[in-house]
Write a protein that binds this ligand. Structure first.
Ligand code: KIV
Ligand code: NA
Length: 275
């Protein structure tokens, strides 16, 4: 944010204290992430995590802008990055600029992220030359799930060269950082050593210049599936289930609400909402 973490601040963390990054989709969770993170990402994972979509492919620019605005209200200190959704940038550098500029203007985010390596070289160059900082995303790029035939590890064996070329291409094009998703640890380590920009790992390597997770995954709130790279730091989904079950039981048995939650006849109007 302006006055907070800047793009040059993120670049300066190359090889230093790891960049702490999380996704957020709502104002309260953004405020929570902002207290602890250098980068808050409004990921297009929002489609799967909050909207129940089967993949990120049907996430729209309008959805990203709506969540971007909500997250902006919670972020003061971290760098705010918003994902460009599928079909909003692939057609041409011009299309990418038009939609990224709208995203920047409407959400007041600090940067955008888009998926792709060598194939996005021209687009990343076009955006950065016109004032839009770009975080790249290579390795497993979920918007290409249909090409990959699933959310599989990318860059094993011979395929490592393609990922290495992608990493070089996005760096040369002017990306200020690059997400490495679901690639072998040794490849992520080597790319991190080779590049001049910070790498941000997810299912990558502790050697990366930063780490990112989907916040609902690490809090145990999104449980539809669980990639190996997710560490659960809490089981909020379980806690929420217990809470809702307790509420259901107390309503059924007329134990909720009790005297402490209802209003008497004689209460002053100022008592409304008081404890
Ligand atoms: O959409 C997302 O949440 C992401 C991160 C996991 C990098 O792209
Ligand atoms: Na994403």
């Amino acid at each position: 944010a302006i006055g907070g973490t800047s793009v040059p601040d993120v670049i300066a963390r190359k090889g230093g204290v790891p960049l702490i990054c999380l996704t957020a989709y709502t104002t309260p969770i953004a405020a929570l992430a902002d207290r602890h993170c250098d980068v808050v990402l409004v990921g297009d994972s929002v489609g799967m995590v909050l909207h129940g979509l089967p993949s990120t492919l049907s996430v729209t620019l309008d959805m990203m802008i709506l969540h971007g605005k909500a997250v902006r209200r919670g972020v003061e200190k971290a760098l705010l990055v918003v994902d460009m959704p599928f079909s909003s940038y692939e057609e041409s550098p011009e299309q990418a600029f038009r939609n990224a500029a709208r995203m920047m203007a409407e959400t007041a985010c600090d940067a955008v992220k888009l998926e792709g390596g060598e194939n996005m070289r021209d687009t990343i160059g076009f955006l950065t030359a016109r004032g839009i900082p770009v975080m790249a995303h290579i390795g497993l790029t979920p918007q290409a799930v249909n090409l990959f035939g699933g959310y599989k590890v990318q860059g094993r064996g011979e395929a490592a060269d393609r990922i290495r070329r992608d990493a070089r291409a996005v760096t040369q094009a002017g990306a200020f950082s690059v997400v490495l998703e679901k690639v072998p640890e040794s490849l992520a380590r080597n790319i991190t050593a080779e590049l001049s920009i910070p790498t941000i790992g997810i299912g990558a390597s502790p050697a990366c210049d930063g780490q990112i997770l989907v916040i609902d995954d690490m809090l145990g709130m999104f449980t539809a599936f669980r990639p190996k790279f997710v560490k659960r730091y809490a089981e909020l989904g379980e806690a929420a289930d217990k809470a809702v079950a307790a509420y259901a039981e107390e309503v059924r048995e007329r134990r909720f609400p009790d005297d402490s939650h209802v209003f008497g006849d004689g209460e002053a109007p100022s008592g409304e909402g008081a404890a």
